[in-house]
Design a protein around this ligand. Structure first.
Ligand code: SF4
Length: 220
């Protein structure tokens, strides 16, 4: 795939922060947030990315990213795979030797995502109201011992669903599993207690940035 630097993507924001939602949590990272998402998770915390954004050329995006001088980049959204030109962005970042994370809803196929991209893929739980959108064929496209699967958990029903999916697809044998409580809806201590009670596979994943900057709705 050759990328034309004048190719455009609709970008909601580009900013530097600490990665907060994977095993990379705590590392400095540049976030490229793409506009648009076909899902409507009940607890979505980035609704501002559904519509807002500016068409930026690949050249412009790469210049902005380069100015931060940080080697770890996360492509996020919205749902970044909803824009077909995202694959040009992935290739361009890889060519420039960045380590690239992709945060994705799990509802769209990963078939065109380069293998070098580290996927952090959601499996949506029932309380999101979007579990029917899970594209579970993606489980065959994730790279074992590289890619990560995240369950965002609102209550014990979601937790039970996550454990059932983990067991059914033997996910703990192949992937890092992240269990993330919905911020301000499920106290992390509750999820921690269920995990300890059940000797549950996976890691409790608190959204680090929301504890560091509790009053900022965006750009963190
Ligand atoms: S997939 Fe992500 S951006 Fe889209 S509605 Fe769900 S939480 Fe929001």
């Amino acid at each position: 795939m050759t990328s034309d630097l004048q190719t455009t993507l609709k970008i909601n924001e580009i900013y530097a922060s600490l990665q907060g939602e994977s095993t990379f949590a705590g590392q400095t990272c540049v976030f490229i947030r793409l506009t648009g998402c076909p899902l409507r998770c009940s607890w979505c915390d980035t609704t501002y990315a559904f519509q807002e954004g500016t068409e930026l050329s690949l050249e412009n995006i790469l210049c902005t990213v380069r100015d931060y001088g940080i080697p770890l980049i996360e492509i996020t959204g919205g749902e970044p795979l909803a824009q077909k030109n995202v694959y040009f962005l992935m290739q361009a970042l890889l060519q420039q030797h960045y380590q690239v994370l992709l945060e994705t809803s799990g509802a769209l196929s990963l078939s065109q995502v380069p293998s070098e991209i580290i996927k952090i893929m959601d499996i949506k739980c029932p309380q999101s109201q979007e579990a029917h959108r899970n594209h579970l064929d993606n489980l065959h496209l994730l790279i074992p011992h590289q890619d990560q699967i995240k369950f965002v958990i609102q209550d014990e029903t979601d937790y039970a669903y996550a454990q059932e999916q983990i067991k059914r697809y033997q996910l703990d044998e192949r992937f890092t599993l992240l269990l993330s409580p919905v911020h301000e809806l499920l106290p992390p201590q509750h999820l921690a207690e269920w995990m300890i009670r059940d000797h549950a596979p996976g890691k409790l994943q608190i959204q680090l940035h929301k504890y560091l900057w509790p009053h900022e709705i965006r750009r963190r």
